[in-house]
Write a protein that binds this ligand. Structure first.
Ligand SMILES: NC(=O)c1ccc[n+]([C@@H]2O[C@H](COP(=O)([O-])OP(=O)(O)OC[C@H]3O[C@@H](n4cnc5c(N)ncnc54)[C@H](OP(=O)(O)O)[C@@H]3O)[C@@H](O)[C@H]2O)c1
Length: 331
């Protein structure tokens, strides 16, 4: 992809930075962040690197926004843009206290509404608006896979978040801008969840979690970038799409594959009681690892899209190869 104007709201996180790295050398990438440009570019991305900037040879500009209200300086950037991607949202990797729950909801719906309004007010609206959504919208599935046509929903907290997020996106009337809601599965790349997984594996704790039979849907970050390019290219596509590799695995298979690829033979399993204790200690929720996510990308495959990484073994190998060695070796 070349010579496109791309706005990424919430682009300072794991997925946003990976997309900025993918497109930032041959396109004009504008990132909206709640941090000031100086703070954003000085920030460590949690992976031992600061955020990508023009100093690294990228055409990337950071603009401040509050993620809630339209402001002229960033709204103007949407004029004539090829693509707007909204990734903004408080991380769900926290305890589900009343305060955190509110922020998880509001950060997603407020940012979505603000972008919708800015697009409606644009003189030359962007061609395509992709809003992040999540494959967690489907129920805990141990019996059958879930897709866009027949998938079933539950009403636990994370499903409610996904539903409200998508509903807010759906409500935004942008007649001249195509919309795609991208229900991403757990995204694997050089950052994000791979960091805690590798830490577990290298400390000998990389065994199955719970009974290990829960399904694990995942997608390689390169396929997220490729799918977005596909949506941009295929102007007939709009609506909701699952973005999960066609080869979901069990938690047990995922962990054993990771151990094999990183050369760690021993991996103690973590029973549910231990996970609950650990989650409490590190301020997160066990749902993130124990929910059985069995999601398949039926609609995307129907469009003719092919995944570069359909198998988890190849996906993990490609990621681990590029990760700093300190993350998966003691020495
Ligand atoms: N990673 C995955 O496996 C995965 C899977 C499915 C869906 N998703 C969704 O995809 C999106 C991007 O994922 P990610 O892994 O890149 O997340 P991330 O690393 O947590 O980045 C999200 C970004 O959202 C912004 N943000 C955080 N709290 C906010 C708030 N209260 N109000 C407005 N903006 C806020 C932050 O940017 P600033 O601090 O610079 O403003 C942050 O960089 C998220 O919404 C996530 O829920 C992710």
């Amino acid at each position: 992809m070349k010579n496109k104007k791309i706005i990424i709201a919430g682009g300072t996180g794991f997925i946003g930075q990976a997309l900025a790295a993918r497109w930032g050398k041959e396109n004009n990438v504008i990132i909206l962040s709640r941090q000031s440009a100086t703070a954003a570019t000085g920030k460590n991305n949690g992976f031992g690197k600061r955020l990508l900037t023009a100093d690294d040879g990228y055409y990337i500009t950071y603009w401040h926004w509050d993620g809630r209200f339209v402001e002229k300086h960033w709204a103007e950037e949407l004029e004539g843009a090829d693509l707007v991607i909204n990734l903004a949202g408080k991380s769900v990797n926290c305890r589900y206290t009343a305060e955190n729950k509110k922020e998880i909801f509001d950060s997603r719906t407020d940012a979505t509404r603000a972008i919708g309004q800015a697009i409606r007010e644009a003189t030359v609206p962007p061609k395509l608006w992709i809003n992040a959504a999540s494959a967690t919208i489907y129920r805990h599935a141990t019996d059958t896979s879930q897709d866009e046509y027949t998938g079933e929903y539950q009403n636990d907290f994370s499903v409610q978040v996904c539903k409200r997020w998508e509903k807010t996106f759906d409500e935004q009337r942008t007649p001249f801008t195509r919309k795609v809601a991208m229900r991403m599965a757990i995204t694997l790349g050089q950052g994000g969840v791979m960091v805690p997984y590798l830490n577990l594996v290298k400390t000998g704790l990389g065994g199955r979690q719970g009974n290990g039979r829960q399904m694990y849907s995942w997608v390689h970050i390169d396929d997220v970038g490729r799918a977005i390019e596909w949506f941009l290219e295929h102007t007939e596509l709009e609506g909701v799409f699952n973005l999960a590799a066609p080869g979901p695995v069990t938690n047990s298979y995922f962990m054993s594959t990771l151990r094999r690829i990183t050369g760690h033979k021993i991996g103690l399993p973590a029973p549910v009681w231990l996970l609950k204790l650990g989650a409490l200690l590190i301020g997160t929720e066990t749902e993130l690892i124990l929910k059985s996510r069995w999601v398949v990308p039926t609609k995307l495959l129907e469009t003719g899209f092919t995944f570069q990484y359909a198998r988890v073994d190849a996906a993990l190998r490609s990621i681990v190869r590029k990760m700093p060695r300190r993350l998966y070796h003691f020495f």
